[in-house]
Design a protein around this ligand. Structure first.
Ligand code: NAP
Length: 261
């Protein structure tokens, strides 16, 4: 299936690591132009350089997304180079363990700033450009924790649930412009973020085994590429009548009957 993404400018926040990196790499392979937005200019430039060496067009933009001005700047830099934005993938985030007992009101707000604030800010600043295109779209990468909870991560989970709500809310608000908005809820994907979380347990290998044996389809983690394929399908015109949806790419982990695991 040709997704028809050639020359589509796709902004991916958190685009040089984990799920975001996979979306960037797969977008490039589809002929799209990924814009890698992340806080480390060095890591962004490294991925940009690698992709360009392989013959792909792309751009990296350094931005601390917790600051509105830097979100605005990231959009401005994209437009200065390509003069259009076809899709925004809100993906950057950090499962930072700000819990009800372990955190504080200030830590909660800081985490909200780092996890959901920029989903809104990036969409807000990208909107005028998205309105100029036919069938443009926004993808919010959320998490199964937004519907199941996790324990000890109040701000992260509030953000993940909020991202699902925003996908529905924006799908409605942006209907007049035919901008589609969908969310993807991964569950267990081996990325630097996941590895860091796993390492907070006394025996990470045992914890990983405990988790994977409960993943119904294949008793394995989801790959970052499997999230990327879904994101690109949702961005593409092949899903032109899909909006306001939450897609669980998780091997059945969130919804299938526990009796089968
Ligand atoms: P990752 O490998 O750590 O990638 C996250 C990226 O976001 C990193 O590049 C990080 O930059 C960047 N980032 C975070 N906060 C930022 C900020 N304020 N400004 C700029 N960049 C920022 O994590 P991942 O696992 O791929 O996670 C990607 C998304 O998937 C997240 O929204 C996460 O909640 C979601 N998710 C992941 C899983 C999973 O199992 N991995 C499950 C459910 C949901 P630095 O590395 O420079 O800090």
């Amino acid at each position: 299936m040709d997704l028809g993404l050639k020359n589509k400018v796709i902004i991916v926040t958190g685009g040089y690591s984990g799920i975001g990196e996979a979306i960037v790499r797969e977008a490039a392979k589809e002929g799209a132009i990924p814009v890698i937005v992340g806080r480390s200019g060095e890591r962004g430039r490294a991925l940009e350089g690698e992709l360009k060496q392989q013959g792909f067009d792309c751009l990296s933009v350094a931005a601390e997304l917790g600051e509105a001005g830097q979100c605005e700047q990231a959009i401005a830099q994209t437009l200065a180079k390509y003069h259009r934005i076809n899709a925004l993938v809100n993906n950057a985030g950090l499962n930072d363990g700000v819990g009800l007992e372990s955190g504080s009101p200030q830590k909660f707000m800081d985490s909200i700033q780092n996890n959901i604030f920029h989903y809104y800010a990036m969409a807000h600043y990208a909107l005028p450009a998205l309105k100029q295109e036919s069938d443009s779209s926004i993808i919010n990468i959320s998490s199964k924790t937004g519907v199941t909870g996790q324990g000890g991560t109040s701000a992260y989970v509030a953000s993940k649930a909020g991202q699902l709500g925003l996908a529905r809310e924006w799908a409605v608000e942006l209907l007049p412009y035919k901008i589609r908005v969908n969310a993807i809820a991964p569950a267990e994907v081996m990325t630097p973020l996941y590895e860091k979380w796993l390492n907070t347990f006394e025996n990470p290998a045992e914890k990983l085994h405990e988790i994977t044996k409960r993943i119904p389809l294949g008793k394995r983690m989801t790959t970052s590429e499997e999230i990327a394929y879904m994101a690109l399908f949702l961005i593409s015109g092949k899903s032109a009548h899909t909006t306001g949806q939450i897609i669980y790419v998780d091997g059945g982990y969130t919804h299938l009957d526990r009796a089968i695991t």
